[in-house]
Design a protein around this ligand. Structure first.
Ligand code: SF4
Length: 212
C-alpha cells in the first residue's frame, strides 16, 4: 500500500465514520437524551479567550513562534542614524504625546523638532551629528513618551524576516539574545502596533502631499 492510498483510505473511512455518527445521533432520540444527560454531569469548561498566538496562523508558523530573548542594553546604537533606518518617524499621536511630555503645544513641537520628507513627518536631524536629538549620554531623554518605532524596536515588519533579523538586528543590536524571552504573543502585539503606526504615517503623508 502506498502512502497516498493509505491516506485516501483513512480520509474515506473518517468521512464515513463522521456521516454515520451524525446520522445516528439525529435519528436516535434515546441516545441523544443520554448524551445530553452525560454532558450535563460533566460541566463543560468555560471558554477561555484564545491567545493571539494560538489563533493567528501567521504567528504559529513564524520563525519566532517560540519567542525571542531580547533586552535593551542601553547602547544607544538604535538612536543613532544609520542607513535606511535613519529617520525617527512620528505619527500624529507620537507628536501629541511627545509635545505633552515636553510641555509644548503640538504646533510648537512640530516647529521646533519635526520636518517632513516625501510627506512623512520625522524628527529633525543634525547633519553634523547622527545621534537623535533626544539622545543624552546614550539615554533617551523622553523615554516615557518616545515614538512608536522606538518602543516597538526590534519587532518591525521590516526586521522580522529571518534575513533582515540577522542583518539588521542580530549583527547590529547588542540586546538580541539577552534577558528574558519575549513571547510570540508579545512580539505579535509589537508588530501590530508598528504596522498600525506605519499605516498612520502612510495615510498622513498621502494627505499631506494631496494637500488635504
Ligand atoms: S526618541 Fe529616544 S528612543 Fe527614539 S531614537 Fe530618539 S533617543 Fe532613541
Amino acid at each position: 500500500m502506498t502512502k497516498e492510498s493509505s491516506k485516501t483510505d483513512l480520509k474515506r473511512s473518517k468521512n464515513k465514520a463522521t456521516k454515520k455518527a451524525s446520522k445516528h445521533s439525529i435519528n436516535n432520540p434515546a441516545e441523544k437524551k443520554q448524551s445530553l444527560k452525560n454532558s450535563s454531569r460533566v460541566p463543560s469548561p468555560p471558554e477561555l479567550p484564545e491567545s493571539i498566538a494560538q489563533k493567528e496562523p501567521s504567528v504559529t508558523k513564524a520563525w519566532w513562534k517560540n519567542g525571542i530573548s531580547f533586552q535593551c542594553q542601553g547602547s544607544g546604537k538604535c538612536c543613532t542614524s544609520h542607513g535606511e533606518f535613519g529617520f525617527v518617524y512620528l505619527t500624529p499621536k507620537d507628536r501629541i504625546r511627545m509635545a505633552r511630555h515636553l510641555g509644548m503645544t503640538p504646533k510648537a513641537f512640530e516647529k521646533n523638532h519635526c520636518t517632513r520628507t516625501n510627506g512623512f513627518s520625522h524628527l529633525i536631524e543634525d547633519p553634523k551629528n547622527p545621534d537623535c536629538r533626544f539622545l543624552v549620554k546614550k539615554q533617551c531623554s523622553i523615554y516615557e513618551a518616545r515614538p512608536t518605532q522606538c518602543r516597538t524596536w526590534p519587532f518591525w515588519p521590516d526586521t522580522l524576516t529571518p534575513k533582515a533579523w540577522k542583518r539588521d538586528v542580530v549583527e547590529f543590536c547588542p540586546g538580541v539574545n539577552k534577558g528574558a524571552k519575549i513571547s510570540a504573543q508579545q512580539i505579535k502585539e509589537q508588530l501590530d502596533e508598528q504596522k498600525a503606526s506605519e499605516d498612520a504615517l502612510d495615510q498622513e503623508a498621502r494627505n499631506f502631499i494631496l494637500g488635504k
